[in-house]
Design a protein. Structure first.
Ligand SMILES: Nc1ncnc2c1ncn2[C@@H]1O[C@H](COP(=O)(O)OP(=O)(O)OP(=O)(O)O)[C@@H](O)[C@H]1O
Length: 257
């Protein structure tokens, strides 16, 4: 068993990856409107690590997340999830894989207002035709601090609690990786810190793999490792980040742009 620090260190070359991108390129549009949003990116997202992805606006962060999570396919190159090459899968198989092996957390929570907290959390299982084991639901609900709120509806929860429901929903299928797109973008500073502490704790105590896109150096400092994108390329990375170190790199990237 490797230590987490070793896992972070194998980011580029090791095999302990939840997700690997190999020369992944993404081109949108054609002719004069052609944009190469990601340029032959090769990197691994180590298991049991919280990775933050940062970069200036338009640098390719969302594109990176969409490819790594199997939401889009690269124009060229490969994306591997736990050894499965996503480019070889049919649309149906890819949809199943996203449903069963990947968790998503969005800035806007995306909960279903008419469903209880318990039913929102277990929705991905029901989509897969499976039912939730009550003990597993309770374990996940307690892990995210929602143990006593399972019967409520989303409009009876604070923003932070709603995001905890979304995190529990992302975890309920025991996914290989959870992808979070600006997960604290809609929260105040104190609530954001609580949600970020929770994400880090889920990685540290449960070995969950989490990949988070953020604009915020403070949010990125909760990660074990930060990848910096500029112009569709990974230009830098930082282990054990502090907010100041992340902000300094971002300023440097801003000057390059
Ligand atoms: N569907 C699309 N069609 C055409 N161009 C796109 C599309 N999606 C993204 N792009 C372009 O690809 C580049 C990278 O976009 P992307 O959204 O990945 O960047 P980002 O770093 O997430 O930006 P932001 O921080 O502003 O959300 C940008 O130039 C963008 O305009």
């Amino acid at each position: 068993m490797m230590t987490r620090q070793q896992l972070v260190a194998v980011g580029e070359t090791g095999t302990e990856h939840a997700v690997r991108l190999e020369a992944a390129t993404m081109v949108y549009g054609s002719g004069a409107g052609r944009v190469t949003a990601l340029k032959a990116v090769t990197t691994g997202l180590p298991r049991g690590v919280l990775t933050a992805v940062m970069g200036p606006s338009g640098s390719g962060k969302s594109t990176f997340l969409h490819l790594a999570a199997g939401l889009d396919r690269p124009t060229s190159g490969r994306v591997l999830l736990g050894g499965t090459d996503l480019s070889g899968l049919s649309e149906t198989k890819l949809t199943e894989l996203r449903r069963d092996r990947i968790g998503f957390v969005f800035q806007a929570y995306n909960l279903i207002p008419s469903l209880t907290v318990a039913d929102n959390i277990t929705l991905p299982l029901r989509f897969a035709g499976r039912s939730a084991e009550p003990a597993w639901l309770m374990e996940i609900a307690s892990a995210v601090g929602l143990g006593g709120l399972l019967g409520r509806r989303p409009n009876q929860l604070s923003g932070g609690q709603q995001q905890r429901v979304a995190i529990a929903r992302a975890l309920i299928t025991r996914p290989d990786a959870v992808f979070a797109d600006e997960p604290t973008g809609a929260l105040d500073t104190t609530t954001a810190a609580e949600v970020l502490r929770l994400l880090r704790e889920l990685v540290d105590t449960r070995g969950q793999t989490v990949v988070m896109v953020t604009h915020d150096p403070v949010a990125a400092s909760y990660a074990h490792r930060v990848l910096f994108l500029a112009d569709g390329t990974i230009v830098d990375e930082l282990a054990a980040p502090t907010p100041d170190a992340v902000a300094a790199r971002m300023t440097h990237l801003g000057r390059r742009a």
